[in-house]
Design a protein around this ligand. Structure first.
Ligand code: G6Q
Length: 553
C-alpha cells in the first residue's frame, strides 16, 4: 500500500481553508441569485435522487473538494478495493464486500481464487435453506414447521439483519417471525425467547469468528433452553440432544471448525470469508435470517440494489458521483466548518434502526487516530453519527439543529410511495408526513428573519427567541419506494461515503482495534466480580466491583 497522502499538505486543503475562512453562508441569497442551483446540485445514483443544494457549499468549494480527492488519490484507492488488493493493511486483508453482490456471471480472482463463484455457491445454499424454512419442508425435531427464527449475533452480525428485517417488514412471509438476540445482558435472551415454542423455533448462530463471548454465551443459553423445553414437552423421546440441535441450529461463520465443535452440523453452516468485514457483512450469509424472512427473490433484488450503487461509485465521474460528493462534503463540514456530528433522519418509520446501523458502519470504520501506515492522523476524523426517524425527532431534538450553536449536517431520507397507504378521512397521511420532510429542510436552510417574526405581530422582546438563522446544512435523499433494491442502494451509498472519508483522512476504515481492549479487560474482570482478589485494581474499579458484590443478592 502506498503511504497515505497527508490531506493537510495538499494545495486543495489550503484553498479549502481560505474558502472556509471567507465563507459567509447565505442559502437564501445563493438560491435567489442562482436559479440553477437546485438542479445543478441534485444528482442521481441508481434509483436515488440526492439533492445537495441545501448544503453549505458553493461551486468553488465543490470543485476544490474534488481536487482534494484527486490529490489524495481517492479513485486509485477505490479501484484497489474493487480489485481485491489488501487495503485493510492492519489485518492484511482484501476488502471485498462489493464482491458479495456481483452477478453470478462476473468473475473476480483474488489471491488466486474466483471469489464470485464462492459467493454464489454459498448464496445458493442460503437460498435453498430459506426456501425450505419458508415452505415448511424444514421441520423441527417434532416434525412441526418453523414459526420463529432467532438470529444470535452481535455488532456486524446483528445490526444489519435487524435493520433490514425492520426496513423490509412489508415483504416478510406471514406466520414466520424473526427475533434477534445480541446483548450478553441475560435479559436479552430471556425476553426474546419469551412465549416461543422450542418445537417451532430455529436458531441461526451468526458469528464471523465464532469466538465472540456474547454470541457463544447466548448460543449456549438458547441450546439449553431448547433442549430443556423439548425434554419437558416429551419431544426428545427417541431422539438424542445432537439430533435436536441439528434440526434447530444452523450457523453462519468463517470458522466452520468451531461451528462443528459447538455441535452444529457443518452441513447446516454457511460460510463467508475474511475479506468481508463484520459491519460490511449483512449482504453475505450473515443475512440468512433476512433471506428467510423476505425470501431469496427479494434478497437477490436487494443484492442487485447494492451492486447498482457499487457500479455508480466505481464508474461515475467524481463530479457526478454521489458517494464521493457526499463523503467530500462530510470532510468539508468536519474539517473546515467544525461539525462534530452528523444526523441521519429517515422519514420512514421502517428505517428506525438505520441510524443505529450507520453508527457502527461509520464510527467503527472512521473513528481512528492513526493512518494506515501507523502514523498519527493529521486532522480530525470520524464524526459522531446519530438520528431517529422523522417526525419523532422533530418533537425531540430538532430544536438544537434549528437554533443551537453547533453545525449539524443532516441527511433527510424519504420515499414517494408509502409502505402502508393510510388515509385520515380525506387526508393522505403519507402526504402529511412528507410535508414535514420538505418543510424541515426548507426551515433549516432558509430560517426565519427577525422581520418575518415581527410581521406575525410578535412582541419585540420575544423576537430573538423566534428567529431562525437558517444556513443549517442538509442533504435530501429521495427514492420512489423503500424496496429491497432501494435499501441495498442506500446501504451501499453509506458504505462508499464512509470509504471516501477514510480515504481522504488516510485511515484504514476496515479494521476495528478499538473494540479489542474492552473485550480483553472484561475477560480479566469477570473472575473478580465472582469474588477474586481486587487489590491490584485501581481504586475506582475496585469500588465498582465492591458495590456490585455488596448489592448482588
Ligand atoms: C464489525 C466488527 C464487530 C463484529 C462483532 C461480531 O465490523 O468486527 O461488530 O461484527 O464483534 O463478531 P463476530 O461476527 O465474529 O461474532
Amino acid at each position: 500500500m502506498p503511504a497515505p497522502v497527508d490531506p493537510t499538505s495538499t494545495g486543495a486543503w489550503a484553498r479549502l481553508r481560505e474558502l472556509a475562512d471567507a465563507l459567509e453562508p447565505d442559502l437564501r441569497g445563493w438560491f435567489a441569485a442562482d436559479p440553477g442551483r437546485a438542479e445543478r446540485l441534485a444528482f442521481t445514483a441508481a434509483d436515488l435522487r440526492v439533492d445537495l443544494s441545501k448544503g453549505l457549499l458553493t461551486d468553488e468549494i465543490l470543485q476544490t473538494l474534488l481536487e482534494l480527492a484527486d490529490e489524495v488519490g481517492l479513485e486509485s484507492r477505490r479501484d484497489a478495493m474493487f480489485r481485491g488488493e489488501h487495503i485493510n493493511v492492519t489485518e492484511d486483508r482484501a476488502v471485498l464486500h462489493t464482491a458479495l453482490r456481483l452477478p453470478a456471471e462476473a468473475t473476480l480472482e483474488v489471491d488466486g481464487q474466483d471469489v464470485v463463484k464462492d459467493v454464489h455457491e454459498v448464496l445458493q445454499r442460503v437460498y435453498r435453506f430459506a426456501d425450505q424454512v419458508r415452505s415448511g419442508e424444514w421441520t423441527g425435531i417434532t416434525g412441526q414447521r418453523i414459526e420463529t427464527v432467532v438470529n444470535i449475533g452481535i455488532g456486524g452480525s446483528d445490526l444489519g439483519p435487524v435493520m433490514a428485517y425492520e426496513a423490509l417488514a412489508p415483504y416478510r412471509q406471514p406466520g414466520l417471525e424473526c427475533r434477534f438476540i445480541s446483548n450478553i445482558d441475560p435479559t436479552d435472551a430471556a425476553v426474546t425467547l419469551e412465549g416461543l415454542d422450542p418445537a417451532t423455533t430455529l436458531f441461526i448462530v451468526s458469528s464471523k469468528t465464532f469466538g465472540t463471548l456474547e454470541t457463544l454465551t447466548n448460543a449456549r443459553l438458547c441450546r439449553a433452553w431448547l433442549l430443556e423445553g423439548l425434554r419437558t414437552a416429551g419431544a426428545l423421546e427417541g431422539h438424542d440432544d445432537a439430533e435436536a440441535v441439528a434440526r434447530h441450529f444452523v450457523a453462519v461463520s468463517t470458522a466452520l471448525d468451531k461451528v462443528a465443535d459447538f455441535g452444529i452440523d457443518p452441513e447446516n453452516a454457511f460460510g463467508f470469508w475474511d475479506w468481508v468485514g463484520g459491519r460490511y457483512s449483512m449482504d453475505s450469509a450473515i443475512g440468512t435470517s433476512l433471506a428467510v424472512a423476505i425470501g431469496p427473490e427479494r434478497f437477490a433484488e436487494m443484492l442487485a440494489g447494492f451492486h447498482a450503487m457499487d457500479e455508480h461509485f466505481r464508474s461515475t465521474p467524481a463530479e457526478q458521483n454521489v458517494p464521493i460528493l457526499m463523503g467530500l462534503l462530510n470532510v468539508w463540514y468536519t474539517n473546515f466548518l467544525d461539525a462534530q456530528t452528523h444526523a441521519v433522519l429517515p422519514y420512514a418509520q421502517l428505517l428506525h434502526r438505520f441510524p443505529a446501523y450507520l453508527q457502527q458502519l461509520t464510527m467503527e470504520s472512521n473513528g481512528k487516530g492513526v493512518r494506515w501506515d501507523g502514523t498519527p492522523v493529521t486532522t480530525d476524523t470520524g464524526e459522531v453519527w446519530w438520528g431517529e426517524p422523522g417526525t419523532n425527532g422533530q418533537h425531540a431534538f430538532y430544536q438544537l439543529i434549528h437554533q443551537g450553536t453547533r453545525v449539524i449536517p443532516a441527511d433527510f431520507i424519504a420515499f414517494a410511495e408509502p409502505a402502508y397507504p393510510l388515509r385520515d378521512g380525506a387526508t393522505d397521511v403519507h402526504e402529511l408526513f412528507l410535508a414535514n420532510f420538505v418543510a424541515q429542510t426548507r426551515a433549516l436552510a432558509f430560517g426565519k428573519t427577525a422581520e418575518e417574526v415581527r410581521e406575525e405581530g410578535t412582541a419585540e422582546e420575544l423576537v430573538p427567541a423566534r428567529v431562525f438563522t437558517g444556513n443549517r446544512p442538509t442533504a435530501s435523499l429521495l427514492a420512489p419506494a423503500l424496496t429491497p433494491s432501494v435499501l441495498g442502494q442506500l446501504i451501499a451509498l453509506y458504505e462508499h461515503i464512509t470509504f471516501t472519508q477514510g480515504a481522504v483522512w488516510g485511515i484504514d476504515s476496515f479494521d476495528q482495534w478499538g473494540v479489542e481492549l474492552g473485550k480483553q479487560l472484561a475477560q480479566e474482570i469477570a473472575p473478580l466480580l465472582a469474588g477474586g482478589d481486587t487489590s491490584d485494581q485501581d481504586s475506582s474499579t475496585r469500588a465498582l466491583i465492591d458495590y456490585y458484590r455488596r448489592h448482588r443478592r
